[in-house]
Design a protein around this ligand. Structure first.
Ligand code: K7E
Ligand code: CUA
Length: 660
């Protein structure tokens, strides 16, 4: 990068020298650059940032961000370094462009019904790419819904949601989704605790009736689904459990979960009791939970569980007896818990403590072996002696939240109150990778404004890439045109490719359709999506050819003896076949459509007015939807994609004859 910068300065110098002589086309073009820069008020730093991020037409981004969409309930896919939004993946919220929830996807959305009630939105916080040996493998993506304690599974062959699973034990989650290094399990922890199954119990009974838990969802990679029958939960004290991370390499088999509200505050500002914000932050320390999930798996497989809400749970008593869970103090209002690339350190940040605290896994193991405890909590869990397990503390600044890692021994921590990204050095086996001494704050770059999570390229894996870091900022204040009082969030791209003191902000990307929390950044060439579905008649729900799929020559309307009308339709530029369908009011309709195209991007839409139907049929895809034609009338259906010059002609009439 240094070379590039000198090269660029040399170019600018050359162009300055060339002014007035116009001796070459190159000089002329650099004059043009200078003229435009002057007209637009751009500095040299701006031009350099532009050169680092501008991605000419036809060039593909090097990295992809998979970002949670906050309470949009979706996932966003963004290219790096161009910071172009490439796709929204519809997850918990219906989305008409993808035809998600308007005839197709409805069954999957219904899997997410909460105690039988439809919930057509979500609050996505932590996406997790599937991993093999602790590295992203580009196959699957998981994301949680904090509002209703649900997990979604997305297939990265077609970027579509395949499963939504509702947690039977709790109704709110936050610590999730996180995957174990080979994606054997996806884990999810409750945050705002409730009695099992969210049944009623007065808040005064918090200690006795409200429960914490972590659910270990077993992922069946072959089926591409979470297998509920092989999943289980581990009961936890009713602290509010927050972010976690799975151990890897030396710490594989463990996960590290932090907590707040060890005070067991229950609010009550209206009764002059301390509000949650004060009650939850009273203690100087909360607890990092160190959980041996491989041991838990054995206990579950041995059947040493209790069925609660029809789901196997390892009780707190069993965990204590088996040495499954240990606690250790963590400084004030911890939020991030991030395992370093070699699995040897766990970095925790307390929002109200200006340090990051680094725990050593080797020391944790030693303390467990030596029963080096400073006591037990009220639930009987042993507390490892803080001084015995703490490796280092680094003063990074105000409001530290989350930490990511680079390839060279740097760690990066988001500072919410400072609105900055801190770069600091790891010690131990990471030492000597950086010019600075171990465990030292190196530099802080201001970001705008109120950063939450941050993401470095593959920065939470066993082999971080460095290069780029994105600050996922909560506020944008004065960075963009004010779109009324509701402003976009701001993703700011930082260049972290150079060691030492510089991490310039090189791009601002407004997010105008949700409030992201965590995101992961993966090398784009690890994702191998299909450009068209493998065969004509492909059902994305089963990822296989549907034997019932309509094909050219089989188009028809069949009336069954029971009054059901089955429609077999094909779509190809620029017509549907059939184009006229007449049925009777009250008929039950089963409608199948296959897009028989093989050309890349030849997607057809299919919209029926009044009936709230809108599909997206990608090349090769077949879809099936059902409804009762309860409203008589004349309904022109049409293709919602501008698929050809004659796309306006891609339509037909759906005629529903009145009953009598
Ligand atoms: Cu916003 Cu991970 Cu939900 Cu921190 S969380 S910022
Ligand atoms: Cu098909 Cu427009």
């Amino acid at each position: 990068m240094t070379c590039t910068r000198f090269g660029y300065r040399a170019m600018l110098a050359a162009s300055v020298l060339a002014i007035g002589t116009a001796s070459s086309a190159w000089a002329q073009s650099m004059n043009d650059v200078q003229r435009v820069a002057k007209e637009r008020g751009l500095s040299t730093a701006d031009l350099l940032a532009a050169a680092k991020t501008f991605t000419p037409t036809g060039k593909i981004d090097e990295y992809l961000i998979f970002s949670s969409g906050g309470h949009s309930g979706q996932v966003f896919v963004i290219g790096v370094p161009s910071m172009r939004l490439l796709r929204t993946i519809a997850v918990f919220t219906p989305e008409p462009w993808q035809g998600w929830g308007y005839g197709v996807g409805n069954e999957i959305l219904a899997e997410g019904n909460v105690n039988g009630k439809e919930n057509l939105w979500g609050d996505t916080h932590h996406p997790a790419l599937s991993e093999t040996n602790g590295d992203y493998d580009g196959e699957w993506l998981f994301v949680n819904d904090k509002a209703n304690a649900r997990i979604a599974v997305i297939d990265l062959r077609d970027f579509e949601t395949k499963q939504i699973i509702k947690n039977p034990l709790f109704i709110n989650d936050h610590g999730g989704t996180f995957v174990t290094p080979n994606t054997d399990y996806v884990f999810e922890t409750a945050q705002y605790n409730v009695p099992w199954g969210a049944e009623y119990a007065p808040i005064e009974d918090y200690n006795d009736s409200y429960r914490g838990a972590v659910t270990m969802w077993k992922f069946d990679r072959k089926k591409g689904r979470i297998d509920k029958s092989k999943s289980f939960a581990i009961e936890l004290p009713p602290y509010w459990h927050d972010i976690a991370d799975a151990g890897k390499l030396v710490s594989d088999g463990y996960f590290f979960l932090n907590s707040i509200n060890t005070e067991l505050a229950t609010g009550g500002i209206e009764d002059k009791k301390p509000p949650f914000e004060a009650g939850v932050s009273k203690n100087a320390t909360d607890y990092l939970h160190i959980i041996n999930w491989k041991k838990a798996e054995k206990i579950f497989q041995a059947g040493n569980t209790t069925m609660i809400e029809g789901f196997p749970v390892i009780s707190l008593e069993t965990s204590i007896a088996e040495g499954l869970i240990y606690l250790t103090p963590e400084p004030r209002s911890p939020h991030g818990s991030d395992v370093a690339p070699k699995g040897d350190f766990i970095v925790v940040s307390g929002k109200l403590d200006p340090h990051t605290t680094i725990y050593s896994f080797a020391k944790i193991q030693k303390a467990i072996a030596n029963k080096d405890f400073s006591g037990t909590d009220d639930y009987g869990l042993s507390i490892l002696n803080f001084d015995s397990v703490m490796e280092a503390q680094v003063e990074v600044g105000l409001g530290p939240l989350h930490t990511q890692f680079g390839p060279d021994g740097y760690a990066y921590t988001s500072l919410f109150l400072d609105s900055a990204v801190a770069r600091w050095t790891l010690g131990g086996s990471y030492g000597k990778g950086t010019p600075e001494p171990d465990w030292t704050l190196v530099q802080k770059t201001p970001v705008h404004y109120n950063i939450g999570h941050l993401g470095a390229a593959e920065g939470d894996t066993v082999s971080p890439d460095g290069k780029y870091l994105v600050a996922f900022n909560k506020w944008s204040v004065d960075r963009f045109f004010h779109t009324g009082p509701l402003l976009p969030q701001n993703f700011q791209l930082l260049d972290i490719s150079e060691q030492g003191t510089e991490m310039p902000v090189i791009y601002d990307m407004p997010i105008g359709n949700g409030e992201p929390h965590y995101a992961q950044i993966v090398k784009a060439d690890k994702i191998k999506p299909w450009s068209v579905y493998p065969e004509i008649g492909w059902d994305p729900m089963t990822q296989a050819v549907d034997p019932w799929a309509p094909r050219p020559g089989t188009e028809r309307v069949e009336r069954k003896a029971d009054g059901t009308v089955e429609i077999y339709m094909t779509a190809v530029r620029s017509h549907f076949n059939p184009e006229r369908i007449t049925i009777k009011q009250g008929d039950k309709v089963i409608w199948r459509i296959t897009n028989t195209e093989r050309a890349v991007d030849a997607t057809h839409g299919f919209a029926v007015p009044q009936y709230n139907i809108n599909l997206s049929l990608e090349p090769g895809e077949t879809a099936k939807f059902e409804f009762v034609a309860d409203i008589a009338g004349t309904f022109p259906y049409y293709c919602t994609e501008f698929c050809s010059a004659l796309h306006l002609e891609m339509m037909g009439y759906f005629l529903v004859e009145p009953k009598d």
